[in-house]
Each structure stands twice: as structure tokens, then as C-alpha cells.
Design a protein. Structure first.
Length: 295
């Protein structure tokens, strides 16, 4: 009987890790996409994630809009904001090199974070829909309905992004710029527009991830800071510029955190994530699915 309980606990841990990893993967795709196309590291992604969470909270709190139905609204608002930021500021800094863009996005993250702190205060807020406590029991395992729904929505969004990149003219242009900006320019692709579009798309993705995260984590202006660390680990693990790598990296990190919390101690989850980061940097710096030419 004890062995059976241990096995059930292990299976439950695996399920929890997979569900968590899917959400991590979605949050990391935008970061990886920006690196693959624009060759920059965007430290403002955490602020966009937090904004997405706040948009969902206020729509739920004051308009009664279901958190899942708020996803398109978060995507549109974050896309518009990020497109404008790239067009007005980041596009003017790109010519000064990687480090200047890094400093720019770091400052942008601080500006947005402190703006949210002034506007929303540091109070913890939560999005708790009526179905948040429901669970699905399958083969003796309890699967939280809201986490399963979040996982399925995250993978639907990834599938839609993949179709967009592979089947549309704009997606083909984005992939062309990622592979060779000069060659893409020679065949008529307007790289400036593609950069702004890609930056806006990445913010829309991470904003929707923030909307989903708001249903399972408390919201504060500093929410994005904690997730930014995870996003970076996942992107390095999966490979900069690789969307499948971001998904696989998210699943791996989710599993590691879940197993660590269950078998060792919840407080050591982040430590094991950093250990994984160091191992990847030492033994396979391009990541699991990344290409060497991505950096």
C-alpha cells in the first residue's frame, strides 16, 4: 500500500510538472522568437507578462469577463503597445549594437514595472473564477481543471503561431529575416516592418501567458521578474530562436521544479533550475534544439 501511494504521488508530480511546463513554454516563445528574428535579448518581456495579468484581473473584476475570454484583449493591447515601442524606440537603438538594446529593454522593464507599482500598488491580487476549485479524476489522479485548461489553451496558441509562421506570407517573411536579413531585404521584405511586427507578436504571446498565469499565481507588479528568470533558463535550454525548443525547455523545467518540490524541498526549485542552466551552458551552449549560428 505505501508503494502504491508513492507511485501515485510520483504520477501526480509528473502530471503537475507537465501542466506547469506548458505554461512556461508559452511564456518563453516570444522571448525566443525575438532572439531568432531580431538577434536581441528583450528584458521587458517580464513587464509585458505582468501587464497581461493585470488586464485579465481588471476585466474579470470590473467587467465580469471570463479570464479565458480576456486573452484576445490582452493580445491586442500588448501587441499595440509593443509595436509602438519598437517603432519609436528600439528600432532607433538597434544600430548601436546588442548591449545598447539590452540596456534599453532593461530600462523599459523598470519603467513599466514602476508605472504598474504606482498605478496598481503592490497589493496581491488574484483571479478566481467559479470553476477554479474543480478537478478531473483520471485513474486515481486529480487533475485541476483550470490548469488542464490552461495547458490546452497554451498548446492551441503555440499551434496557431506555428501555422502562422509556416503557412502565411508574413510568417514566411519573419522566417526569412531570421535566417538572413540581407537576403530577405534583397527580395523585397521590409525588415523594419517585420521587426516591429515580431516584437508586437512576442508581446502579445507573453501577454496572453500572463493572462493565463493570473489564474494560478498572485499578481503584483513584480510578477514578471520571477518569470523572467524562468523564461531565460527555458530559452537557453531549448535553444535561442527555437520555438519547439521553448516548448521542450518549458516542459523540462516544469518537470524539474515539480519533482524538486515533491521529493526535496519547494524552496530549492529555482536552485535546480539554475543548475540546469549552468550544465546546458557548459556542455551544449546552443541548447537542445538551437542552431550554432543563432549566437
Amino acid at each position: 500500500m505505501p508503494n502504491k501511494e508513492i507511485n501515485m504521488g510520483a504520477y501526480q508530480t509528473i502530471i503537475n510538472g507537465i501542466l506547469l511546463g506548458g505554461l512556461y513554454g508559452l511564456a518563453s516563445i516570444g522571448f525566443s522568437l525575438i532572439w531568432g528574428v531580431m538577434n536581441i535579448i528583450d528584458l521587458a518581456q517580464g513587464a509585458y507578462l505582468t501587464l497581461g495579468a493585470y488586464i485579465t484581473f481588471y476585466l474579470f473584476q470590473f467587467a465580469g469577463i471570463d479570464p479565458f475570454l480576456s486573452l484576445p484583449i490582452s493580445a491586442i493591447l500588448l501587441f499595440a503597445l509593443a509595436y509602438l515601442i519598437e517603432f519609436l524606440f528600439i528600432s532607433r537603438i538597434l544600430k548601436y549594437g546588442f548591449i545598447m538594446v539590452l540596456v534599453m529593454t532593461y530600462g523599459l522593464n523598470l519603467l513599466l514595472q514602476n508605472g504598474m507599482l504606482a498605478a496598481f500598488s503592490a497589493d496581491y491580487r488574484s483571479v478566481v473564477p467559479s470553476y477554479s476549485g474543480q478537478a478531473i479524476t483520471l485513474a486515481g489522479l486529480d487533475i485541476p481543471a483550470i490548469r488542464l485548461s490552461i495547458f490546452l489553451v497554451a498548446f492551441l496558441l503555440v499551434a496557431l503561431l506555428t501555422l502562422f509562421l509556416n503557412r502565411s506570407r508574413t510568417g514566411s517573411a519573419i522566417r526569412a529575416v531570421a535566417l538572413n536579413r540581407t537576403a530577405a531585404s534583397l527580395v523585397g521584405v521590409k525588415t523594419g516592418n517585420i521587426y516591429a511586427l515580431t516584437y508586437g507578436l512576442s508581446a502579445a504571446l507573453v501577454g496572453m501567458a500572463g493572462s493565463l498565469i493570473s489564474m494560478v499565481y498572485s499578481i503584483t507588479p513584480f510578477l514578471g521578474g520571477a518569470f523572467m528568470t524562468k523564461i531565460f533558463v527555458i530559452t537557453v535550454l531549448g535553444g535561442f530562436g527555437s520555438i519547439p525548443g521553448a516548448i521542450i525547455g518549458g516542459l523540462i523545467l516544469g518537470m524539474i521544479e515539480s519533482v524538486t518540490a515533491f521529493y526535496i524541498a519547494p524552496g530549492l526549485m529555482n536552485a535546480f533550475g539554475f543548475i540546469l542552466l549552468v550544465l546546458i551552458l557548459v556542455f551544449r551552449p546552443q541548447g537542445l534544439l538551437g542552431k550554432k549560428f543563432y549566437g
